[in-house]
Design a protein around this ligand. Structure first.
Ligand code: NAI
Ligand code: MG
Length: 499
């Protein structure tokens, strides 16, 4: 986009670049009418919609305008118990005994139905969570369908996944997912569980329950035997009821490190299997020999993609000193051209922050960053009047020990640090409580291998960032959690190898 720099104002460590946007894209909004959202949703238990026993419902809103979209049931312990009982019965009586190739047919059918309803699912994902339609349409929904396809393929081939071993199902899986990739996380959790013969009780996040409930409709239509997948809505207390239910055999959780730790404490001493996929503070490293424009695009995609609501977001940028000025200038220019606004507009790059609470967290960190002495730059774009919004922001002059370099912000806020040598940057990159993902940008293949070998992160992208595929495993080190999801590795948490 053609932009000309107007002026910069410096105040309290904040430099704001003002740009004159000489032309803009015409709005290209996706139509809300292609999505059906009911005014109220009950709990999906034992193949049917059941009223919450406490009679309580809570609102889910559109974070882009704060309007109510629907109200969903608040499941209490009794409801969770019903869901677990339904899952247990389905497991013992039907699913565990069903030939694997028959199980696969259902999973394939769900995958196809997700594809058929892709447009509606994408619209609802953007309405309920605030992410740009381009992302829900081109990434979340197709990747969710691909996960079902991929794991459907494994269902009758487990003997090849675990050669010379016998893989038995575990039983009832309790799955708790976050708000950043609602449908995709549901697919990540449900698909491998079903493929390996387990049944499921899944709880979506309280701010983004709608696509999981749409998936429940799909599951009901697919004819999947009743009770094999149960979807209960609610907040932390509902999640805790799932974690603490004695008849759950496996817990799969994605969310904050704080709740991950609570879960670990709750299940200590039980024989529940568990996988935790928690926070991250990914180091994205640019060497002086990297193709800089490409790297800048990768950095932009890595942190501003999905409003930075990504556990593997490239939120710490390490730039080699010799090119740091150039890279920082390019990044500032690029964030100025990012389009922030209506998530349903196909031109939008950055949508709404998922909730008021998350926006407050991001603002808190921006304040901390300034107080710590880092220099903040933000785009000069205007923001809509209602809803939860944050301009793409970056910090320079960030110290390695700064909180904005160490703690997860989970928003469109980048901390930029510099380095001189390979050894120095490896030490700095690994100096983090997290270890989920990282990125390396260099022209030299041997440097990529050297770096990836020595960095402690579950996924390391080279000359790209935030690329996902159902065939590759994903998961972290240290406080980013343990266990892998995706790929062959993603089957393991859902099986017992009995010989
Ligand atoms: P959260 O960890 O509270 O929420 C994730 C899920 O866990 C939701 O479904 C929630 O209802 C459930 N939950 C909450 N308390 C629970 C409990 N005691 N037992 C069982 N389930 C429980 O995350 P929150 O508060 O929405 O976000 C806080 C921070 O967590 C974010 O700022 C971000 O840093 C991080 N986060 C990381 C995610 C990731 O993908 N790794 C996703 C979401 C948040
Ligand atoms: Mg919502």
């Amino acid at each position: 986009m053609a932009v000309t720099k107007k002026k910069s104002v410096k105040k309290n460590n904040t430099i704001k670049l003002k740009f004159d946007t000489s032309w803009l894209y015409a709005p290209a909004p996706e139509s809300k009418s292609a999505a059906t959202i009911k005014p109220q949703y009950d709990l999906f238990i034992n193949g049917e919609w059941q009223k919450p026993s406490g009679g309580k419902y809570f609102d889910t809103i559109n974070p882009a305008n704060e309007e109510k979209l629907s109200e969903v049931a608040d499941a209490n312990e009794a409801d969770v118990n019903k869901a677990v009982t339904a899952a247990r019965n389905a497991y013992e009586k039907v699913w565990k005994k069903m030939p694997a190739k028959e199980r696969a047919k259902y999973i394939f059918r769900i995958a196809r139905m997700v594809q058929e309803r892709a447009r509606e699912l994408a619209i609802i994902e953007s309405l309920d969570g605030g992410k740009p339609i381009r992302e829900s349409r081109d990434f979340d929904v197709p990747t969710a369908a691909n996960h079902f396809f991929y794991y459907a393929g494994w269902a009758d081939k487990l003997e090849y996944a675990f050669p010379n071993r016998t893989a038995a199902s575990v039983g009832v899986a309790g799955q708790i997912i976050p708000w950043n990739f609602p449908l995709l996380m549901a697919a990540w959790k449900i698909a491998p569980a079903l493929a390996t013969g387990n049944t499921v009780v899944l709880k979506p996040a309280e701010t983004t329950p709608l696509t999981a409930l749409k998936l429940a409709e799909i599951i009901q239509e697919s004819g999947l035997p009743e009770g094999v997948v149960n979807i209960v809505t609610g907040a932390g207390a509902t999640g805790a009821a799932i974690v603490n239910h004695p008849d759950i055999n496996k817990i799969a959780f994605t969310g904050s490190t704080e709740v991950g730790k609570i879960i670990q404490r709750s299940i200590a001493g039980t024989n529940k299997k568990v996988t935790l996929e928690l926070g991250g503070k990914a180091a994205n490293i640019i060497f002086e020999d990297a193709p800089l424009d490409q790297a800048v695009e990768g950095v932009i995609n890595g942190i501003y993609f999905n409003q930075g609501h990504v556990c593997c977001a490239g939120s710490r940028l390490y730039v080699q000193e010799s090119v740091s000025k150039q890279v920082i200038r390019k990044l500032k220019d690029r964030i100025e051209s990012l389009i922030v606004g209506d998530p349903l507009d196909k031109n939008t790059d950055i949508g709404a922050i998922n909730s008021k609470q998350q926006l407050e967290t991001i603002r808190k960190y921006v304040k901390i960053g300034k107080e710590e002495g880092a220099e903040m730059y933000e785009s000069s774009c205007s923001l809509p009047g209602r809803g939860f919004w944050c301009r793409p922001t970056l910090f320079t002059n960030v110290a390695q020990s700064a909180r904005i370099a160490q703690e997860e912000i989970f928003g469109p806020v980048l901390a930029i640090l510099t380095f001189r040598t390979d050894d120095e940057v490896i030490e700095k990159a690994n100096n983090s409580p997290y270890g989920l993902s990282a990125g390396v940008w260099t022209d030299k293949g041997s440097k990529i291998f050297n770096m990836t070998k020595r960095m402690r992160a579950g996924v390391i992208w080279a000359n790209t960032f935030n690329k996902f595929d159902p065939t590759s495993p994903f998961g972290g080190y240290k406080e980013s959690g343990f266990g892998r999801e995706g790929g062959l590795h993603g089957l393991l948490p859902y099986v017992k190898l009995i010989n």
